[in-house]
Write a protein that binds this ligand. Structure first.
Ligand code: HEM
Length: 460
């Protein structure tokens, strides 16, 4: 196997930005439909701002000061806006994720306390058990090579959701999301392309019927679950139960049934693929660099010995943390976010007309040649406390930044740490001969093909 391990200085697979001359209309939208990384011009990996002239006009914002300006300092002037909200609206309705202004604010104040780091710690046993169940499944199976381990990570992520967000009675929801999400996201870039062209929602589009069917299936299943909870006197401690009882701290207002449904759908959809894919990309990198698997194993042994991973261990799992951060840098599972530019603005001395689509290409920021040494090389030590230069706040932003920062960031990081530590203590992951996992941006960053691996138990 050692002959297949790339040297630590070798670049990991990256998306090769298209030549500038194919970024005009309509080729830019063809790129978008295939792989949304294809709309990011090559210069965006080198310069702080790139404004394209083609239709639709886009401003790629990558310089840390500009990113801070757009996402944080002047966030009110750059709303998530039309493109993002209208794209998400059929699935999420008026949930927090697709709302603006006061409507967003009160929903965020109800939900934010549920997602605080300290609150999420109570879910560690559910996360650990999900990883343990996966180990048992592997043990009972023939662990022949070519196992698509990325798919197993979806199973773990769903196991966690079903035992933390929606405990009990959620089988329909689980099936609807599990079976529907891939078909849904496969077509989502068409929907975004239609929105960019300003085409009306009723116009037929590829995959439109599939998306409508999945939306309805997910909505029906979540509605049934929420109605059941509202009618029940039980006070479950899962996230749904706590959300049902949540009230706006300022006004005492609770969420209507429709809001609850919309927000639960948003949490499920925004939290499931992203976390499963983050784990899958981390395992891919760990399989490429088995030394790092061993380092995590040594750390887990030193910190927890043979005891189950618990809240007391989390802050000491530093290597695990560094690997996860580096995986999220190279393969940020939400690779692009967008903002509306509502009025003519000047960014870094460049005039950007209103109506331009503001694009924060997280993927390109994380591989930007001006901010990172050897940007395409896997090097978790960038995130070590002793690193000479620490990544800046607006240079590493897998969860976004500013007021709309991901509400589930602590949830994901705790889950990913607990799962990786629990798995790596028992098994090793080996990549099938020279497999290269190429990133494709649909809504989330997925590997182009399943990642084939061999899972080996260490103590058999
Ligand atoms: C690796 C895992 C994840 C990644 C990479 C990720 C990424 C992001 C990013 C980049 C944003 C900002 C979007 C923007 O500003 O336009 C965001 C927002 C959001 N995320 Fe996540 N996310 C992850 C996990 C989760 C989880 C586990 C949940 C829920 C349980 C979640 C729920 C949300 C919600 C509700 C928002 C909208 C917040 C708002 O608008 O105020 N995410 N996420």
């Amino acid at each position: 196997m050692s002959s297949e391990i790339p040297p630590s200085s070798a670049p990991v697979p990256a998306f090769v930005p298209p030549a500038p001359n194919i970024l005009g209309f309509p080729q830019n939208l063809v790129q978008l439909v295939r792989n949304n990384l294809g709309i990011i011009p090559r210069q965006a990996y080198e310069q702080p701002l790139v404004v394209t002239d083609s239709f639709p006009k886009m401003a790629f914002v990558t310089g840390p000061d500009l990113v801070e300006h757009v996402l944080k300092r002047s966030a009110d002037r750059f709303p998530k806006g039309k493109l993002q909200n209208e794209t998400l609206e059929p699935l999420f309705g008026n949930a927090m994720i697709s709302s603006e202004g006061a409507d967003w604010k009160w929903q965020r104040s109800i939900t934010a306390p549920l997602f605080r780091h300290d609150e999420i710690l109570q879910y560690i046993p559910a996360m650990r058990d999900a990883a343990t169940r996966q180990l048992e499944t592997w043990k009972a199976q023939d662990l022949a090579a070519n196992r698509p381990v990325n798919k197993d990570m979806f199973r773990i992520a769903f196991d966690v959701i079903s035992r933390t967000m929606l405990v009990g009675g959620a089988d329909d929801v689980i099936k609807a999301i599990e079976q529907g999400h891939a078909a849904y996201f496969h077509h989502v870039n068409w929907w975004i392309a239609y929105k960019m062209l300003g085409l009306p929602g009723w116009l037929p589009r590829p995959g439109g019927a599939v998306m409508r069917t999945q939306e309805k299936r997910i909505r029906d299943a979540v509605s049934k679950l929420v109605r059941g909870r509202l009618a029940s006197a039980e006070t479950e401690q899962d996230l749904l139960g706590r959300l049902v009882r949540g009230i706006d701290p300022e006004t005492g207002e609770a969420m209507s049934e429709e809001r609850l449904v919309n927000n639960i759908i948003a949490f499920l959809v925004a939290g499931y693929d992203t976390t499963a894919l983050a784990l899958a990309w981390a395992l891919y990198l760990l399989a490429l660099y088995p030394d790092w698997q061993q380092q995590i194993r040594n750390e887990v042994q030193a910190v927890a010995g043979d005891r189950p991973i618990g809240r007391e261990h989390l802050s000491q799992l530093n290597v695990t943390d560094q690997v996860l951060n580096e995986a999220l840098r190279l393969y940020p599972t939400a690779p692009i976010i967008v903002r509306d530019i509502l009025e003519d603005v000047e960014l870094a001395g460049t005039k950007v007309p209103k109506g331009t689509i503001g694009v924060i290409p997280i993927y390109a920021i994380h591989r930007h040649r001006s901010f990172w040494d050897n940007p395409n090389v896997f090097d978790p030590l960038r995130f070590a406390p002793e690193a000479e230069t620490k990544p800046g706040r607006y240079q590493f932003l897998p969860f976004g930044a500013g007021p709309r920062i991901c509400i589930g960031a602590a949830f994901t990081m705790i889950e990913a740490k607990v799962v990786l530590a629990t798995l790596l203590r028992e098994v090793s992951f080996e990549l099938e001969h020279g497999h290269e996992a190429h990133p494709v941006g649909q809504m989330f960053l997925t590997p182009r093909e399943p990642i084939p691996m061999r899972v080996r138990f260490l103590h058999r």
